[in-house]
Design a binder for this molecule. Structure first.
Ligand SMILES: O=C(O)CCC(=O)C(=O)O
Length: 236
């Protein structure tokens, strides 16, 4: 006979978010940012977008526009245009320095990155409902020993990840608002991209939790990166 099951009042059940290792070094922290943290991050980002407006980067060589619009926070920002991919200290359209990385994102880095030095760039990707991002590697950073930390807001997305070689098999996972994803160690150079933005479920159609700067059904993703290798005192 099955043992009796204890009945626990629903209000006493709390479900701890569980971290999932998708690959060695690729760690998903579902719901890492709770509602108030998402609201704070959205407000911090709104203030930064006002001074560093999103723009549409272009592919090197072809000049084809991205479907995603982008901006950056931090001392450095990742840009792409006909001259190539690179990091630079100023917005390519306004010429102004990038604004500071939001505090909520810096706290997430301290908590999850396992890296002693701060991130130098927070790339902000803004997706309309029909935007996507092709499979790519993040390899323009000299500090490849630091992970890339991704934080998501707004609509959910289908995130595709594969291996270090472009032809490696791929899988996909849903990234929801508040999720954090660490790409480090053996997964630092895995190919990854966004297949598509997912329609909002009917219970969220009122738009709760959607940052006001996003279009309806839009998504925002921040990736925090350490770009330069920190100078370390030589060990004796
Ligand atoms: O939007 C995402 O979740 C992925 C972003 C990304 O791949 C990148 O910024 O390199």
């Amino acid at each position: 006979m099955a043992p009796p099951v204890a009945r626990v009042p629903v209000e006493r059940v709390s479900i701890e978010p569980v971290s999932v290792e998708l690959l060695p070094g690729l760690i998903l922290h579902p719901g890492y940012l709770d509602g108030p943290a998402r609201t704070r991050l959205a407000a911090e980002l709104a203030a930064r977008l006002a001074v560093a407006p999103p723009y549409r980067p272009r592919m090197p060589r072809t000049g084809r526009p991205f479907s995603v619009t982008m901006t950056n926070c931090g001392p450095l920002g990742w840009v792409s245009d006909a001259a190539g991919y690179r990091y630079q200290a100023h917005h390519p359209e306004t010429g102004a320095p990038w604004p500071a990385i939001p505090d909520v994102a810096l706290r997430a880095w301290d908590d999850l990155a396992g890296y002693p030095d701060p991130p130098e760039a927070a790339l902000v990707n803004l997706y309309a409902a029909d935007a996507r991002m092709g499979l790519h590697q993040d390899r323009d950073e000299a500090a490849l020993d630091a992970p890339v930390l991704s934080l998501s807001l707004g609509a959910s997305a289908l995130f595709r990840y594969g291996g270090v070689n472009r032809g490696d098999p791929t899988r996909s996972v849903r990234l929801n608002a508040g999720d954090a994803l660490v790409m480090g160690g053996a997964a630092r150079l895995v190919h990854h991209g966004i297949d598509r933005i997912l329609p909002r479920p009917p219970d969220l159609l009122g738009g709760e939790g959607m940052p006001a700067f996003l279009p309806p059904d839009g998504r925002c993703n921040l990736t925090l990166r350490r770009v330069t290798r920190p100078e370390r005192a030589p060990t004796a």
